[in-house]
Unconditional design. Structure first.
Length: 293
């Protein structure tokens, strides 16, 4: 009888493993790529690749907290667009500011101190160039980091939080819960903003277009996207070897995917961090291409 129980337990274990792997028979190469980079850099990497139907995903540390760095800027402009939808904000509203409002890496806003910029232009600079002063100016209109966090809470995200302004939010100290998200949480929120009901169709389309027009991510996932595919993304970088990217990809079929890669707690120089995201992005594209129709 004891032998029979052992056989039964073993069979149940094997069945559980089989079911757990059924979502993607090709998931192993992608997770192996991530684990290989973790070992090589002595770092921590979070990954999530899934389609919005949630019938298929590849994940690794997808529920662990990671520093958001500038990937929060997609959420920020999503919140601004929600205000536009509510009639309390307009992309054509003019925003004036001073030289004292500029912070490190403000290449667009620094050129318009005398004239100011519209809310729409600030969002474009925030997402496509990652202009830090533009992000801070938009945060002011949402009552600061706490206002953005409240927007996230009202839209079903109980994990992602913004606590500080640019550029302090990029500190990324290990174990610090401030200014963090999980790959799963931020992609769920982006799913609602880009393809769900959180925004009007016009505002969702505008946010997607800003991400498509991203000008600072060419060497990462974009480097491996086949002709005929569409990609929109937003990158981030911070202290303690942090680097990140969130993206949506659309194939010609059409099929839509959401992707997130978060790297932190490493000593890797910036070019090597870029190489990591690029290599994982290549593996992501291979995973998608290998999926049966």
């Amino acid at each position: 009888m004891r032998g029979l129980r052992k056989i039964t337990t073993t069979l149940l274990f094997l069945i559980t493993i089989t079911v757990g792997l059924s979502t993607s028979a090709q998931a192993q190469p992608l997770t192996e790529t991530v684990q290989s980079w973790e070992r090589r850099l002595d770092a921590r990497i979070g990954l999530l690749l899934y389609d919005p139907s949630k019938e298929w995903e590849v994940s690794y540390r997808a529920d662990e907290l990671f520093p958001m760095s500038s990937t929060f800027k997609t959420l920020l402009c999503g919140a601004v667009l929600a205000e536009v939808d509510a009639g309390t904000e307009s992309l054509s509203d003019h925003v004036t500011y001073q030289s004292a409002d500029l912070v490190d890496y403000s290449p667009v806003t620094s050129k318009h101190v005398e004239t100011g910029m519209t809310v729409g232009a600030l969002c474009e600079a925030t997402v496509t160039i990652s202009d830090n002063a533009a992000a801070n100016l938009l945060l002011r209109r949402l009552d600061g980091p706490a206002g953005l966090t409240e927007f996230l809470r009202t839209n079903g995200d109980d994990i992602t939080r913004l606590d500080r302004w640019e550029t302090a939010l990029n500190e990324a100290a290990p174990g610090d819960p401030r200014d963090t998200t999980t790959p799963r949480a931020i992609l769920a929120t982006l799913d609602r903003l880009l393809f769900g009901q959180a925004l009007s169709p016009a505002s969702s389309a505008q946010l997607r277009q800003w991400m498509i027009d991203d000008q600072v991510a060419d060497g990462l996932i974009r480097a491996h996207v086949p002709d005929g595919w569409t990609i929109g993304d937003k990158t981030g970088a911070g202290g303690h070897g942090s680097r990140a990217i969130v993206a949506f990809l659309q194939t010609p079929e059409p099929r839509t995917y959401l992707a997130a890669i978060y790297l932190t707690e490493s000593d890797a120089p910036f070019p090597e961090r870029n190489a990591v995201l690029s290599d994982i992005g290549r593996a992501m594209i291979s995973e998608i291409a290998a999926r049966p129709d």
